[in-house]
Design a protein around this ligand. Structure first.
Ligand SMILES: Nc1ncnc2c1ncn2[C@@H]1O[C@H](COP(=O)(O)OP(=O)(O)O)[C@@H](O)[C@H]1O
Ligand SMILES: [Mg+2]
Length: 224
């Protein structure tokens, strides 16, 4: 119990689309332990992205709770929630959302900009090197391969040493070689740094890196 890092209680999300209600999540209660690496699987539209956004405080639920280290995150104001997210959570998306006009190094430094620029640069270089990108520091995203861009996005997601890393179909656009590379990076962070990792995926090869699989159908949990 005490090593639970994330807990959801009866989490529901209803979207309003042109006057019609879409029940994206229909009451999800789950617990994730510190240091777990979990896959979230389910058909398209089953609520994977919605769940990940709520777990990371990107969006607010219609009903229910998310507790992270016992803190009810949706009791926080928008401003405090944003600060909490920046300090505790790293996000990686299928489409990386890197800024095309900025170099790999600058993209990775963005979450650190409130700190001393020199320290930020040293740390960003260190992480990019660890991800095998020391030869791409000054390249801009359009000058890099898809796999390289995704590794830059991972570097950006982990620059603040997040407690929890949330990845929404991070390998959805990658070939099998780059998928393996990215998954090995996640695995290493999980093994060495005890980062709790949650990955939504369609790919059984990706899910096989995870010890636990959470399955969604129509916004509900089905048996693990
Ligand atoms: N912003 C939104 N507005 C309205 N409906 C949405 C929105 N985002 C997702 N949905 C709907 O919620 C359901 C779950 O979507 P999503 O969480 O993206 O599923 P998945 O990631 O498993 O494909 C789907 O029916 C989807 O169409
Ligand atoms: Mg999705």
């Amino acid at each position: 119990m005490s090593n639970t890092i994330i807990e959801t209680k009866n989490l529901k999300k209803i979207y309003l689309l042109e006057g019609t209600k879409v029940n994206a999540l229909n009451g999800i209660s789950l617990k994730i332990k510190k240091g777990e690496m979990v896959a979230v699987m389910g058909p398209s539209g089953s609520g994977k992205s919605t769940l990940l956004h709520l777990l990371g405080g990107i969006d607010r639920p219609t009903e229910g709770k998310v507790l992270i280290e016992g803190l009810e995150i949706f009791n926080l104001s928008d401003k405090k929630l944003a600060k909490f997210r920046n300090e505790k959570i790293g996000f990686v998306f299928q489409f990386h959302y890197l800024l095309p006009e900025f170099s790999a190094l600058e993209n990775v430094m963005i979450p650190l900009q409130i700190y001393n620029r020199r320290d930020a640069e040293v740390r960003a270089v260190e992480i990019l090197e660890r991800l095998g990108l020391s030869h791409r520091l000054n390249h801009k995203p359009p000058q890099m391969s898809g796999g390289e861009q995704q590794r830059v996005a991972i570097a950006r997601a982990v620059i603040n040493n997040p407690l929890i890393l949330i990845a929404d179909e991070p390998t959805g656009n990658l070939d099998s070689k780059n998928t393996e590379l990215v998954m090995n990076i996640f695995k290493e962070m999980n093994d060495n740094d005890n980062v709790t990792i949650i990955i939504a995926t369609h790919d059984m090869d990706v899910a096989n890196y995870c010890k636990r699989i959470i399955r969604l159908k129509d916004g509900m949990l089905i048996d693990e």
